[in-house]
Write a protein that binds this ligand. Structure first.
Ligand code: PRT
Ligand code: ZN
Length: 300
């Protein structure tokens, strides 16, 4: 077998809003890479896992066509590709495996300040500029609205000023771009964040094992982000109340203390943020010697 066929390929954005987060995430999974001179490829040094650095719009296609085994892209891009394939009689050969909690934005419809907008029916018979033709079409159909979709590949927000559209449908995060163009958000079409997709084509066993391994590590990295390890001393009599107060912790470990019978040590992984208020409540319930530590790695 060709050695390249035994390696996993992950498609990530070459240069843009998702690039640093995607690289950071993969590095946290213990992967090390050397970048090629043309900066289109990263060779996996410590595992047979390579990166393809491409435009974000190409990522779902590369995974669907089985050129890459995994990909990281915004749900907005993934959804647009999936609907595009469906509308041309095809089918997306990938599935979404994780939401990554970065690259948050929404695909929204926005109206010029001087337009009297009431509800989604106000879009009837209008012209809407967007680069998300498929997602917008799907949304309009779902809401029984007929409107003309004008394709814009970029700078969608200037379409109303140019007289090319009545509304726009574009990605929004802070809303500053809309405000700068005297536009106001009126409908949310899609909430988006970066996600991992995996090819649904069957993989050779060794490749599937590698994919499973990397997905397990990704899951671990995502879980520890919010997780904290908490240690405290508690009177036995208050154990139940204290266990209830530990945020997102399923099975605290209870350890007897050598020096005293009526107190125990409690250790727990809390899968939610531990706030000062939580510590104060634990103390009030009888806990003492409270310690909160970050969690570095976790394997379920
Ligand atoms: O070259 P390539 O095609 O890879 O890059 P790109 O320019 O298409 O993508 P890039 O890097 O801009 O965005 C990559 C992904 O980041 C998107 O597909 C989204 O999933 C996510 N994302 C998150 C955003 C935004 N926030 C965002 N604000 N993508 C684009 N924007 C743009 C938006 O299009 C608008 O022009 O930012 C402007 C609005 O921002 P605010 O903050 O003014 O509301
Ligand atoms: Zn793009």
């Amino acid at each position: 077998m060709d050695s390249t066929e035994q390696r996993i390929k992950i498609a990530i954005q070459k240069s843009g809003r998702l690039t640093d987060h995607s690289l950071d995430l993969l590095e946290r999974c213990g992967l090390k890479f050397t970048q090629s001179k043309d900066q289109l490829f990263c060779y996996g040094e410590n595992m047979p896992i390579d990166l393809l650095l491409v435009r974000d719009d190409d990522i779902p296609g590369l995974v669907s066509d089985d050129v890459c085994d995994l990909g990281i892209a915004g749900l907005n891009v993934i959804n647009e590709k999936r609907l595009g394939l469906l509308s041309s009689g095809g089918c997306a050969q990938f599935r979404q495996v994780f939401a990554l909690d970065f690259g948050h934005c929404r695909l929204a419809i926005a109206a010029p300040y001087d337009v009297a907008y009431e509800n989604v029916a106000s879009l009837q018979g209008s012209r809407i500029a967007t680069s998300y033709v498929q997602t917008l079409r799907h949304y309009l159909e779902k809401n029984n609205v007929q409107a003309d979709i004008e394709y814009f590949s970029g700078a969608v927000e200037i379409a109303p000023k140019l007289g090319k559209a009545d509304f726009i449908c574009d990605l929004v995060s802070t809303g500053n771009t809309l405000t700068a163009n005297q536009l106001v958000e009126v409908e949310t079409v899609l909430q988006s964040e970066a996600v991992v997709i995996q090819t649904s084509a069957p993989l050779a066993e060794h490749k599937q094992q590698l994919v499973n391994r990397i997905l397990q590590r990704l899951d671990g990295v995502l879980q520890v982000r919010e997780s904290k390890y908490i240690m405290l001393h508690a009177p036995r009599s208050a154990l139940a109340e204290i266990a209830d107060l530990l945020p997102g912790s399923e099975y605290p470990t209870v350890i007897p203390l050598d020096s005293c019978d009526d107190k125990v040590a409690v250790h727990a992984v809390c899968r939610e943020n531990v706030f000062w208020e939580t510590l104060e409540n634990l103390k009030e319930a009888g806990a003492s010697s409270l310690l909160v530590l970050p969690v570095e790695k976790m394997l379920a």
